[in-house]
Design a protein around this ligand. Structure first.
Ligand SMILES: Nc1ncnc2c1ncn2[C@@H]1O[C@H](COP(=O)(O)OP(=O)(O)OP(=O)(O)O)[C@@H](O)[C@H]1O
Length: 386
């Protein structure tokens, strides 16, 4: 599998460079020739299916995992360097990396107070300097009143703030956060994310955070990386990744829409993608044009619904599932007459079962409707990886 990572980056301010990073744990490949570059001050949101290697990547940057091959450089300093078949190796100990890490469960010391927890990473500083730094962090993180409290006396959000203060106290060049918001009450989460983002920006801290929630990436991050099976599939601004996903896998993982199978045919000089909801023209140089079957990404906003079926408006789908959401009713629509079969037949391979539609219209289960697709910004993908 080749690396598909693309990014609109300016090389002048790169803080972190990861090149050809490979990690094996108990003979299983976890990260495979992974490349990543992160600009100074950027906050990166790392998403990907469970088990794809997100935590392993953070642990490796932090210095907790042995590198099988690859290089990690932070602000011009090599943290890891290991070439295949070469015994020479650089592996800087975790405490010398200037990398801070906040674990999902915060890993605070329960037998120490808030102040003592924060002091943990800056014990080498003079007492006066320690007090000055701790006081500043307590003030910024609104923890001054809890200075002498023990961890169990704090709420989840307060504990998270202590974890952040403890990680920021040694002034790391890079902060790693593993699912930092997963234990926080949904009502507080957004507020806390905005607050912590402002703090990281104030400290000009470069950060990578792992999340399962793409909405968190939009609130908290400047960049987004989508990971699958130990590699990065796409890396760019969150809005670009969501508007221009670079593969079926990225669009599918981020649930950017549903999939409409299309047969590819050539008629005269035109390459057409034919579906049960109409025909679309394909650019001859596109990857989709090279396949017999391709998939159109149908974003909910691209579906046009007609419920008043007159003689000349023929139904082509029916309602199979209904739920209520913040954006109105959510329907799954299935193609009419032609249903998927296993294995697919000539007639059934274009069938669709779960086109997602959000609408204020009240539809009934099994109601027949007419669906059309807005012919703008159409994105076709092949299921196999490039
Ligand atoms: N110490 C270990 N020994 C062997 N395999 C491991 C070890 N740690 C992790 N793995 C395996 O590495 C793979 C990646 O794990 P990792 O925790 O990095 O994934 P993740 O993307 O963070 O998953 P999640 O989103 O579920 O936290 C998994 O298949 C996991 O079983």
């Amino acid at each position: 599998m080749t690396s598909l990572v693309t990014s609109t980056q300016d090389d002048t301010s790169i803080l972190l460079t990861i090149e050809k990073l490979s990690i094996k744990l108990q003979d299983k490949v976890i990260l495979s020739s992974l490349d990543l570059r992160l600009n100074e001050g950027d906050i990166l949101g790392l998403v990907g299916a469970s088990g794809c290697g997100k935590t392993t990547l953070l642990n490796t940057i932090a210095g907790f995992v042995k590198v099988n091959e690859g290089t990690i450089t932070l602000d011009g300093r090599i943290l890891n360097s290991k070439l295949a078949n070469n015994k020479d190796e650089i592996n800087l100990p975790a405490e010398q990396r200037q990398v801070g890490m906040i674990f999902q469960d915060y890993a605070l010391f329960p037998h120490l107070t808030v102040k003592e927890n924060i002091a943990f990473g800056i014990a080498k500083l003079s007492k006066a300097k320690q007090t000055q730094q701790i006081d500043q962090l307590l003030h910024i993180l609104k923890l001054t009143d809890y200075r002498d409290s023990y961890i169990h006396q704090l709420s989840g959000g307060q504990q998270q703030r202590v974890a952040i203060a403890r990680a920021l106290a040694p002034k790391p060049k890079l902060l790693l956060l593993d699912e930092p918001f997963s234990n926080i009450d949904a009502r507080l989460r957004n507020e806390l994310m905005v607050e912590i983002r402002l703090l990281l920006k104030e400290f000009k801290t470069t950060a990578i955070f792992v999340t399962h929630n793409k909405d968190e990436v939009f609130t908290f991050a400047d960049k987004m990386a989508v990971m699958s099976q130990g590699q990065l599939l796409q890396f760019d601004q969150p809005s670009i990744v969501c508007q221009q996903p670079n593969s079926y896998q990225v669009a599918d993982f981020l649930q950017l829409g549903s999939w409409l199978p299309c047969a590819v045919t050539t008629s005269l000089n035109t390459i057409l993608a034919t579906s049960l909801l109409g025909e679309f023209e394909l650019a001859s140089e596109s990857a989709a044009a090279q396949q017999a079957l391709t998939y159109l990404l149908v974003k909910p906003s691209q579906l046009i619904l007609t419920t008043d079926l007159a003689e000349n408006i023929i139904a082509n789908a029916q309602v199979e599932y209904i739920s209520m959401t913040e954006q109105g009713y959510h329907y799954h629509l299935q193609s009419l007459d032609t249903l998927p079969t296993d294995p697919p037949t000539q007639a059934s391979h274009l069938a669709f079962t779960k086109l997602s539609l959000y609408s204020d219209n009240i539809l009934n289960l099994k109601q027949k409707v007419r669906l059309d697709i807005k012919q703008e910004n159409l994105l076709f993908f092949n299921k196999s990886m490039a």
